[in-house]
Design a protein around this ligand. Structure first.
Ligand SMILES: [Fe+2]
Ligand SMILES: [Fe+2]
Length: 140
C-alpha cells in the first residue's frame, strides 16, 4: 500500500516537509517497481534498480540537508540523529545499490517502509518539537 504524507508528519519546516513528501514519493516508486517486477518477470530488474537508486540518493541528500538545518537551528540531538541516518543509509546501500536482488529487496521492503515512517514520525518530528520551543514551527 502506498504511503501518504499527512500534516501529522509535519516538522514545521517547509523545506524539510517538502523533502519528506519527495522521499515518500520515491519510496512509493520503489514499492511499485518491486511489485511490478514480481508480477511480471519480463519487466526485470531495470526499473527496480532505477527506483532504488532514486530513493537511495534522495534519502542521502535529504539527510545531509536536514542535518545542516538542525545544526543551523542548534538542535542538540543532531549527532545522534545523524548516526541514525548513517546507519540506515549503509543498510540501504547494501540492499539497494551494492548488490540489488529482487527477492532480498522484496523481503526487506516492509522493514524499509516502517523504518522510514518511524524515523519521520518520531526522530524528525522531535526536531519539529525543537522548532516549536523556539517559536519557529511553521515559520521557516
Ligand atoms: Fe531525519
Ligand atoms: Fe527527514
Amino acid at each position: 500500500m502506498a504511503m501518504e504524507w499527512t500534516d501529522a508528519l509535519s516538522v514545521g519546516h517547509s523545506v524539510v516537509d517538502s523533502q519528506h513528501k519527495g522521499l515518500i514519493d520515491r519510496l512509493n516508486g520503489l514499492v511499485a517497481a518491486v511489485t511490478q517486477a514480481l508480477d511480471d518477470e519480463s519487466v526485470g530488474m531495470t526499473q527496480v534498480i532505477d527506483q532504488a537508486a532514486a530513493f537511495f540518493s534522495y534519502f542521502e541528500e535529504h539527510s545531509e540537508s536536514e542535518e545542516a538545518f538542525m545544526r543551523q537551528l542548534l538542535y542538540t540531538r543532531v549527532d545522534c540523529h545523524a548516526k541514525h541516518h548513517r546507519l540506515f543509509i549503509n543498510t540501504l546501500r547494501t540492499l539497494l545499490i551494492d548488490d540489488p536482488n529482487l527477492n532480498a529487496i522484496k523481503i526487506n521492503m516492509p522493514f524499509i517502509e516502517s523504518a522510514v515512517i518511524d524515523h519521520l514520525e518520531r526522530d524528525d518530528r522531535d526536531f519539529g518539537e525543537h522548532l516549536r520551543t523556539l517559536g519557529l514551527f511553521g515559520t521557516l
